[in-house]
Structure formats: C-alpha cells, structure tokens
Ligand binder design. Sequence first.
Ligand code: GLN
Length: 272
Amino acid sequence: MTYEQTIKKYAPLLKDVTHIPQKEVEILLLFVLDKNPIWLHLNYKKECECEDILAKLVKKRATDFPLEYITKRASFYGESFEVRENVLIPRPETEILVEKAEAILKDISNSKVVEIGVGTGIISVMLAKLIPDIKIIAVDINDHALALASLNAKKFGVEDKITFIKSDLFTNVPNIKIDMCISNPPYIENSFKLPKNVTFEPSNALFGGVKGDELLKNIIKETSKREIRFLCCEMGFDQKNSLSGYLKNFNPKKVEFYKDYENLDRGFVAWF
Ligand code: GLN
C-alpha cells in the first residue's frame, strides 16, 4: 500500500477524536518516519513500510490520548517545544499572555521575572528569546516539568537566562527585587469533569482548588506582598468577577482583563 492509501485507510479511525483525522494520521506517519511534510508530498505514491507501527499509534490516538504526547512535540508561538507526559501540553491562548508580558518588558532594561508553574517552559523560554537582557526565575512543584523546561531552555539556547527552582508557588523563590510575576497556574475547579483527552494530563497542572481561582489569589497576594510591579496571569473564563474583586484589596494602579481567541475572558495584567 502507498503512503497515500495508508493515510486514507487509517484516517476514519480518528474521526471521533479530531476534526482533522487525515492530517493527524499524516502527522503520526511523519513522526514514525522522522520526515517533514514536503518529503511526504513528494513520496505519496511510494510503498509504506511502516504500517504496523503507524497502526499502533493511530489506535492509541483513537483512545483520545493527546497527539502531542505521542509525537513529544507541540508548537507554540511558531516554535516546536518538547512535550512529555506528566507535564501540561501548551495551549495556543497562552501566546496572548506572552505577548502581554513582552509589551511591558521590552521597555524595562535588565528585567527580573518570576514564572510560577513553568510546565514545559513555553512562557519563560519565549520571554527569554524575545527580551535580550532578561533574567527569569522559573518554578514548578513538578520535577518532570522542571526537567522538561530546562531541556527546552537548552534547545532554544536560553538556559543562561533562566534559573529553575523546585517550589510550591512562591515558597522557595528568593526575596530579591523582581519586576514581574507571570503565571498560567492551574485554575480549573476541582469538581469539573474534564473532557477525556484532558484526563491524560497531570491533574496538579489543571485543578486550582474548590473554586478554581485559589492559586491565582495566592499569586496575587504574594506578588503584592513582595512589591512586584507587574502581574500577568491566565485564568478561567468565569473568574473575572471574583479576581477583579480580589485584586481591589491590593490597590493596583490599573488592571486590564483580556480575552482569548474564542472571545472568552482568559487573563489579566495588573500594575501595582
Ligand atoms: N506555564 C506552563 C504553560 O503555560 C504550565 C502551566 C501549568 O502547568 N498550569 O503551559
């Protein structure tokens, strides 16, 4: 069977887990072959000799197991990041958070930033790539996340700009002058029934407490206590009211909420 016929054969198996089944079979095939899409385009009519391996991966994907955990890659901000099980898969809307932070940091020289919950490292690594003289302290409670983020920092050559520390929120963050805190913390309410694909991701990267915004509130409080001037956070679509109310306790100079690509409330920037 040719590559083209193989792709057509396996695509229907993924129709219940994705709206782009053919594309996903192609991605899996390219992963198996370690080739790029142009190569596949030029070789569609050649004989496929890896059907057995492909069939296994398609079967796994058909259980709603995330594609990114199979290919160990996810694209973010136009770059390809390493991804592993036990660490949250990057989401496109987090690009907006990076843009908001960049807009502030580009005007601060020698800026110091702390990221709470570094995960794969997408936020810290992108900021380190975008801002020339930045220094970042990136923390996570999860050892797998710290190892992966440090791998991504090396992949993009920014490991000298980021210090990784194991820490539950701010617990082990040194008490030094910091300009900005940034975080995409777990913010889903504990009782929320996750869609099947998301259940494969680590729950300590997803659930934020009984209401969901508890960790965000802790981050707001600690940012204010440490006299950090800027706070950029992602949040749940229904948390704007509770968080804008909570932020008022700390007399911010200004707070701006922003929406995601689906026009849902998704985060805020606070100036203290
Ligand atoms: N900072 C990482 C991200 O945005 C991890 C976030 C998390 O694990 N909650 O993807």
